[in-house]
Write a protein that binds this ligand. Structure first.
Ligand SMILES: Nc1ncnc2c1ncn2[C@@H]1O[C@H](COP(=O)(O)OP(=O)(O)OP(=O)(O)O)[C@@H](O)[C@H]1O
Ligand SMILES: O=P(O)(O)OC[C@H]1O[C@H](OP(=O)(O)OP(=O)(O)O)[C@H](O)[C@@H]1O
Length: 309
């Protein structure tokens, strides 16, 4: 009761309370210096250093809370936003929680294409997205008019978890579920035959945030943290005459910084490079004659506000 009374004027930030997005979401909050202590079993935590309250919710419920303006910001999956179909702004993709929502059938069975499931039973936690997907297949097969007139033939059945067990239990001919490594699917004797959507975690904002300025600050902080995770800073020395050869290898985020060295005709270059590409970039720089190549971790970053003339 005490906590609920203290929410007045605070920005409400919805965060997954468990599951696949939980750890990475907490790490973003930490990197953004959003300090809080979550009391045992309480799903609301007040921040010590900012007028924010964190609301811990299931990832599937977050788009509804933000869409209805009950929370101002939220972290969830793009799949959950699409499934809920509420009006929220997707302000930043976060680079984690990457997976695919796929149509799956028994691996040893005869089905090879999703249209073979038309008229059969499909089990999923994503009934809206699956219905849209199969409606499109039925329209392609029978025409829009026939589907409109007779309704859909494919039956969508909702289950909240362990979707992969549905075929073995005889409840489904196929399922629509999330796949990352494919291990769950393989262990259940299933194979993917098509992709409904690709998804990753996303920061969402209500269309009417309580404190738009603070919401902007938090978005900017989170953007800084994810940029720092995504990029490293690469620096190296090179004769000025070779600069055109390396420009394409390290174009930087905006442009590389080039500084004259004390040694005549030599320059130092520093540029941001995507972390996943750095080994390849270093090989190429070395081949082009760059020397003293260093990679520096970025602990935080800000792109800065757009410049208005
Ligand atoms: N294997 C996975 N790899 C990467 N991201 C995933 C994976 N599974 C789910 N996600 C992402 O995390 C979101 C939440 O899924 P998760 O399975 O953690 O749900 P949950 O909140 O624990 O609910 P549930 O009670 O249904 O398990 C998904 O909507 C999706 O965006
Ligand atoms: O392709 P994989 O790497 O095996 O991941 C896919 C599994 O991950 C998710 O479930 P999760 O394990 O989070 O548990 P849940 O079924 O209880 O939601 C998803 O629903 C799949 O079952």
């Amino acid at each position: 009761m005490e906590l609920v009374n203290n929410l007045d004027g605070r920005l409400l930030f919805a965060v997954p309370k468990k599951g696949r997005l939980y750890e990475s979401a907490l790490s973003l909050l930490q990197g953004s210096d959003i300090q809080f202590h979550r009391h045992n079993r309480l799903d609301i935590a007040l921040c010590h250093n900012l007028p924010i309250a964190l609301v811990f919710l299931g990832a599937a419920d977050i788009p509804t809370f933000v869409g209805e303006g009950r929370c101002d910001l939220g972290i969830t999956g793009q799949d959950q936003v699409a499934e809920t179909r509420t009006a929220v702004e997707e302000v930043l993709t976060l680079g984690f929680g990457k997976c695919k929502l796929q149509v799956q059938v028994p691996a040893r069975g005869p089905m090879k294409e999703p249209k073979e499931l038309i008229g059969k039973q499909v089990v999923t936690s994503f009934t809206h997205l699956s219905r849209e997907y199969f409606r499109q297949l039925e329209v392609e097969a029978f025409g829009a008019e026939a589907v409109e007139k007779n309704g859909m033939k494919t039956i969508m059945k909702y289950v909240g978890g362990s979707v992969e067990a549905a075929c073995a239990l005889g409840v489904a001919d196929g399922i629509v579920d999330l796949v990352e490594s494919g291990e769950t699917m393989k262990a259940a004797g299933l194979a993917a035959i098509s992709t409904v959507m690709e998804t990753q975690a996303v920061l969402i904002r209500s269309k009417t945030p309580r404190n738009p300025k603070l919401a902007e600050t938090i978005i900017s902080r989170i953007n800084g943290v994810i940029t720092a995770k995504r990029y490293v800073l690469c620096t190296y020395n090179i004769p000025r005459t070779l600069l055109p050869r390396v420009h394409e290898i390290t174009p930087g985020k905006r442009a590389p910084t080039i500084t004259q060295l004390e040694e005549e005709n030599w320059v130092a270059v520093s540029a941001m490079v995507e972390r996943k590409e750095i080994a390849d970039v270093m090989d190429k720089l070395e081949e082009c004659g760059a020397q003293d190549i260093l990679v520096v971790q970025i602990s935080n970053s800000r792109a800065g506000r757009p410049i208005t003339p």
